[in-house]
Write a protein that binds this ligand. Sequence first.
Ligand code: PDD
Length: 281
Amino acid sequence: RTVYVNGEYLPENEATISIFDRGFLMADGVYEVTSVLDGKLIDFDGHAVRLERSMSELDMRSPITKEDLLEVHRELVRVNEINEGLIYLQITRGSDGDRDFVFPDPETTAPTIVLFTQNKPGLADSPAAKKGAKIISIEDIRWGRRDIKTVQLLYPSMGKMMAKKAGCDDAWLVEDGFVTEGTSNNAYIVKGNKIITRQLSNDILHGITRAAVLRFAREAQMEVEERSFTIDEAKEADEAFTTSASGFVMPVVEIDGVALGEGVPGTIALRLREIYLDEMR
Ligand code: PDD
C-alpha cells in the first residue's frame, strides 16, 4: 500500500512520524473517513468542510489546501487501485520535539498529515446490511465536544468491545436516558412512517452521511423529525438504523436484546440505503 505523509507518497513501511507528535502523545488531532465506490470519492466536499471546521475549533492551521487534499485522495485511490473502500485522513498538531500541555507555536510547528486507503470489496453490497445490526446501549461518558472529529476514540473503541463481548455488533451511547449517537455512526429510529434522529448540537458528530440521508428522505416525501429520543422509545420503535461513511445506512434489528418490529431490517431503512447508494454513486 502506498500512503501519504507530510507531502510524500511512500510505501507504508517507510512512512514515519515523530514519537513526540501530539497526535500520539495527547490525541491532539482530527480525522475524516471518506468512502470510495466504483473508484469514486463519496461526498469529498462534505468531509473537507467538516475537517476545516474541526481544525478551526481546535486552533489548528490546515497544512494543505482543499484542492491539494482532493488530489491526494484521488492519487491514493489510483495507485492503490481502490474500487470500493475507505480513505482515512488524519491531521495532528505535530510537535516541537518535546512533551508539553501547552500547544507549540503554530508559526514554527507544522501539523502532521497522514492518509491511507483501506480496500473493502463488497462495502456497498454488505451482508451485514442484509442481516441488520444488534446493538447494546451504554452510558455516553465522552467529552462535551463530540461535534469535533478528534482522534480520541478510546471510549467508542471500548463500546465496540463491550458489544462484541455481548454477542452484538455495536453500541449506542446514552446520556440522561437519551440516545446521542452510535460509537461511530449517527442513530435513528422509525415510528410509523416518521424518521427520528437527534438534532445537531455539540453532543453529536454532524455526520456527512446524516446530512445526505436526511436530504434524500425529505426529497422522497418521507417524514423527518430532528429531536432527542430515549433508549426506551428506541426499544419500542418499528425500525432503527445508523448512518456513517463506512456503513452508509445500516439497519438495526435489536437493542439490548429487544427485537424491533419483526426483528429484520426495516423497509424504510432498506429503502434509504438503496436511495443513498443510488444517488451517491
Ligand atoms: N465515524 N458519529 C460518530 C461518533 C462517528 O465517529 C461517525 C463517523 C459518525 C458518522 O459520520 P459520517 O456520516 O460523516 O461518517 C457519527 C467514522 C466512519 C469512523 O470513525 O470510522
